[in-house]
Design a protein around this ligand. Structure first.
Ligand code: CUA
Length: 482
């Protein structure tokens, strides 16, 4: 009897067990955005709290479930029970058990509350004991020789990073190091930090609520307009980490990613110096040189800064070192050779090791992103979903969002009229030529087709803002920004 009961339970439980066991394999635990694979003290504290809660719940589950199973078996209906008299008198229960259960519940809550509050306090801001391990003196540039007078408070000894959330990308600024947007040296989408150094993160938003989350390092805390939130993190291993906006913030929320690159402190110092350097000059007359002229002519320069080349843009991501970044478009497009990357991850059995940027992939990404991203358009000028739906870059002049720019809409309409006229002309010319020889008809057809092709291309440029050659030149220019 019992064995039959348990075999039934076993049949029911098998799929659940399979899911749980499958979900706990090492490969599943160490995916790019796994909170179960902590690589820093804050993520570790959060993971520990999670496990404490899980174990307490497992104990409760076994206790309550065990009693339930016991009662189900012990008091189950047996053959002949239907002839027994029904229970007429119902008791009021056992006061001792009731009080015991209430006390046990309160006890469980207190057991969970103590580590929860401890973890909340720990993760709120850089604790004093984390600072001596940060070895900031290795790279920390003391301003104006005031080191002696520098107040050695926790606040001033940690690396401070201001994170600014925008629809839909993150800007990182390092006020202590002079890497700020005002100084034309901000860092978009890839937060670079030294290994073993406590980093205080100030979270600000310029538009709506976003949330900063690097599952393997720490998270998540919201970036709220008009509110100053903060958190801290520290990475115990070098590598390439994956982050994500974790609060719905509009069309492209799901595409609002970022990366964290953890370097050895000496490498970090080099990186800081590089961020402060200007872009190299481009070779006169090269494709990159043409692309640079287009960058100004098409209006890219209005939003994007390129140190040493252009300096007006402060609204969009700083592009001075664009080609050295492993991702593009809010970290949505990966600039690495993905096959090589996967092979490396498998070889090292982690997702933090990373191959370098692959120029061919980067170029393809640039063309894809600039040529058709955001609200791009089909042949009829109708908005279509693309790389990052709703992306603002395409709200601006050269990208012609229909309805936003009447001038560009008028241009698209005019080109459509021209195309229709060219097609009508072609049909008419062929009708007139119907009586001529086959060779003559072929010549006329070729001439008319060429005119129609030009009209089509004009319409396409009106819609997209760039010809294929222009896009290629622009990509060549951006590739020089290492
Ligand atoms: Cu920003 Cu979701």
């Amino acid at each position: 009897m019992f064995s039959r009961f348990f075999s039934r339970v076993g049949l029911l439980a098998a799929p659940f067990l399979a899911i749980i066991m499958g979900g706990c394999s090492k490969a599943e635990m160490t995916v790019r955005q796994s909170t179960l694979d902590p690589k820093g003290p804050v993520a570790q504290a959060q993971f520990d709290l999670f496990m404490q809660t899980v174990w307490l719940v497992v104990v409760l589950f076994v206790l309550v479930g065990g009693m339930l199973v016991y009662a189900v078996i012990k008091f189950r209906a047996r053959p002949g029970d239907e002839n027994k008299p029904a229970i007429v008198e119902d008791g009021h229960g056992n006061p001792l058990i009731e009080i015991g259960l209430i006390t046990a519940s309160i006890g469980s809550l207190v057991i969970i509350a103590i580590p929860t509050l401890t973890a909340i306090w720990y993760t709120d801001d850089v604790p004093a004991e984390s600072v001596p391990t940060s070895k900031l003196s290795a790279w920390y540039p003391r301003v104006e020789g005031t080191r002696e007078n520098y107040a050695k408070t926790v606040e001033e000894e940690v690396l401070v990073v201001d994170v600014i959330g925008k629809q839909w990308w993150f800007r990182f600024e390092y006020p202590q190091l002079g890497l700020t947007n005002d100084a034309k040296h901000s860092v978009p989408n890839e937060l670079v930090i030294p290994k073993g150094v406590a980093v205080r993160i100030n979270l600000r938003s310029e538009d709506v609520i976003h949330s900063f989350w690097v599952p393997k390092l720490a998270g998540k805390v919201d970036l709220m307009p008009g509110r100053k939130n903060h958190m801290w993190l520290q990475a115990s291993e070098t590598g390439h980490y994956y982050g994500q906006c974790a609060e719905f913030c509009g069309d492209s929320h799901a595409y609002m990613l970022f990366r964290v690159e953890v370097l050895e402190p000496a490498e970090f110092a080099k990186w800081v110096q590089k961020q402060k350097s200007d872009a190299a000059p481009v070779v006169a007359g090269s494709a990159a040189d043409k692309g640079k002229a287009l960058f100004a002519a098409k209006g890219c320069v209005m939003c994007h800064n390129v140190g040493g080349h252009f300096g007006a843009g402060a609204f969009g991501p700083d592009l001075t070192h664009l080609a050295s970044r492993k991702s593009l478009a809010g970290a949505w497009l990966d600039n690495r050779d993905l096959a090589a990357q996967r092979a490396l991850e498998r070889k090292n059995d982690n997702t933090e090791s990373s191959v370098e940027v692959d120029p061919a992939t980067l170029k393809a990404n640039l063309i894809k992103w600039i040529g058709s991203s955001g609200t791009s358009h089909d042949a009829n000028g109708k908005p279509t979903k693309d790389v990052k739906p709703g992306n603002r870059m395409h709200n601006y002049k050269m990208f012609n969002v229909v309805g936003l720019s009447p001038l560009m809409t008028a241009k698209i309409d005019a080109e459509k009229v021209s195309l229709a006229a060219a097609q009508a002309d072609a049909a008419k010319a062929l009708a007139v030529a119907a009586t001529k020889s086959a060779a003559e008809i072929e010549t006329i057809k070729k001439q008319e087709d060429a005119k129609v092709a030009v009209a089509k291309q004009n319409l396409e440029v009106a819609i997209k803002g760039f010809t294929a050659e222009e896009l290629d030149d622009l990509a060549e220019y951006l590739l020089t920004l290492k």
